[in-house]
Design a protein. Structure first.
Lengths: 150, 175, 125
């Protein structure tokens, strides 16, 4: 699909927009529908579109597989650390109000950080799953030939 | 409903996957009509995007056409009809659609609706409930999707093994 | 009225049964997974429609709006959707592995295979 001019030009225009939209949805999750999950899925969809057009190697050179492993664990860890931070500062697990002085600001800060962790994990896990499936196709293409259809 | 029936009946799995994407989009539109913005966004992104992409990715690895079904599977149809009848009978006990004094709205839901903005300062009540009132559930959910990534990785990281029928294939697991 | 008040629930039950039939009556694994997703999505529709308040608006706070739809079902369904995609991904990974080990993803061929050595079997239909 790399040679198809229309696809290339349209995706070159669209993919930055998709990623920007993912960031917008992530950080405006408090004011409009959105939040961590939606942003992560949209970001991963943008990356998948890039891989579909330009190939898996190009996609992996943008986001290496190592980064996907590290980021998926890092997002979940961030969530747990915010929770433990609540315990350290005097409340219970995952309570946000000890974080800052103003209770409303503390809740908002906690929510932003938690949603960030969720978004990062969801995006990297979806990208990882897609990479696993796509690489399987590449491996199998060398090992044996696909069967005839019914 | 017609889309769902077509998805079940079609032998061409590629068309079934496309119709599944259409079904997800229609249900996302339904969610918008039912005042569920976050859910519509998630369902559209996940159902029409990720699930369909994964099904298509597996379709490149598997036969595209389902085996021909000669006869209707009567026991399965019987089970389905019995279950459907029980569910329809149970539906008659449900309160009417959309009435503001349903039991579902009176206890915790009304507390969230009245107090979320005052306590959090966050206009989006769904995000406030998701990330603050019900943080534990979201934490578990992050762990679930992380575990799914682990499971897929552990299943698919092994190189495809040799098929004994073809002598020229490569031996498995060279990592 | 009673019947009209539950109209959307009946539709959801029909959708659920269609997905259920696809899970148990079709042998092809990908069709089963698609049926499972149909089932899940229809359950989401049911719970979201149970949370709607007629005359309410989206549960996002705005000045001057008095009646909101219940945000609690939305939260539950958000988590359920993501868990659903996780289940689908793992199921599809299993399908890929079964395809490689047995050469087929149809139930009938797999049951026939059980009596023989899995690796020595030629590609199924």
């Amino acid at each position: 699909m790399r040679e198809n001019g229309i696809l290339r030009i349209v995706t070159r225009f669209l993919i930055p927009l998709i990623m920007l939209f993912a960031l917008y949805v992530q950080f405006h999750g408090e004011y409009s529908p959105g939040g961590g999950f939606q942003a992560g899925v949209i970001f991963a969809a943008g990356w998948i579109l890039f891989v579909l057009i330009y190939g898996l190697e190009a996609g992996l050179s943008v986001v290496p597989e190592r980064a996907m492993f590290v980021l998926s664990a890092a997002g979940a860890l961030l969530y747990a650390l915010i929770g433990l931070l609540g315990v350290v500062l005097g409340g219970r697990f995952l309570e946000f109000y000890p974080l800052l002085d103003n209770p409303q600001a503390a809740q908002q800060a906690g929510i932003i950080l938690v949603e960030l962790g969720v978004g990062v994990t969801v995006a990297s896990v979806v990208m990882l799953i897609f990479t696993m499936f796509a690489r399987r196709r590449g491996d199998l293409g060398q090992a044996w030939h696909p069967e005839e259809n019914d | 409903m017609a889309v769902a029936l077509a998805v079940v009946q079609l032998r061409d799995l590629f068309s079934a996957a496309m119709l599944f994407a259409i079904y997800s989009l229609i249900s996302a539109a339904l969610f918008v009509v039912l005042d569920a913005g976050d859910v519509a966004l998630t369902e559209a992104a996940v159902g029409a995007g990720i699930s369909t992409i994964l099904i298509l990715a597996v379709l490149t690895l598997a036969p595209r056409y389902e085996k021909r079904i000669e006869r209707v599977n009567w026991p399965a149809l019987g089970v389905v009809i019995v279950t459907g009848a029980c569910l329809v009978w149970a539906v008659s006990d449900l309160p009417n659609f959309g009435a503001p004094d349903n039991p579902i709205h009176t206890h915790v839901g009304s507390y969230y609706t009245e107090n979320a903005y005052r306590e959090m300062g966050v206009p989006n009540m769904v995000a406030a409930v998701l990330a603050s009132y019900r943080s534990f559930d979201t934490f578990g959910e992050v762990l679930v999707i992380f575990t799914a990534g682990l499971a897929v990785f552990s299943l698919l990281s092994v190189r495809p093994g040799k098929r004994k029928a073809k002598p020229e294939s490569r031996p498995g697991n060279e990592r | 009225m009673h019947l009209l008040g539950h109209y959307n629930y009946y539709v959801v039950v029909v959708l659920m049964m269609i997905g259920f039939y696809s899970v148990i009556a079709r042998g092809n694994m990908i069709k089963k997974i698609i049926g499972l997703n149909l089932f899940q999505t229809s359950v989401f529709i049911m719970i979201i429609s149970a949370g709607k308040v007629i005359g309410g608006s989206t549960p996002i706070y705005e000045k001057g709006v008095e009646l909101y739809s219940n945000p609690l079902p939305h939260v539950l369904i958000l988590t359920a959707i993501v868990v659903g995609v996780a289940t689908t991904a793992v199921g599809l990974a299993l399908t890929v592995r079964i395809r490689e080990a047995y050469g087929s993803i149809e139930d009938d061929d797999l049951i026939e295979d059980d009596g023989e050595d899995a690796d020595g079997h030629e590609a199924g239909q």
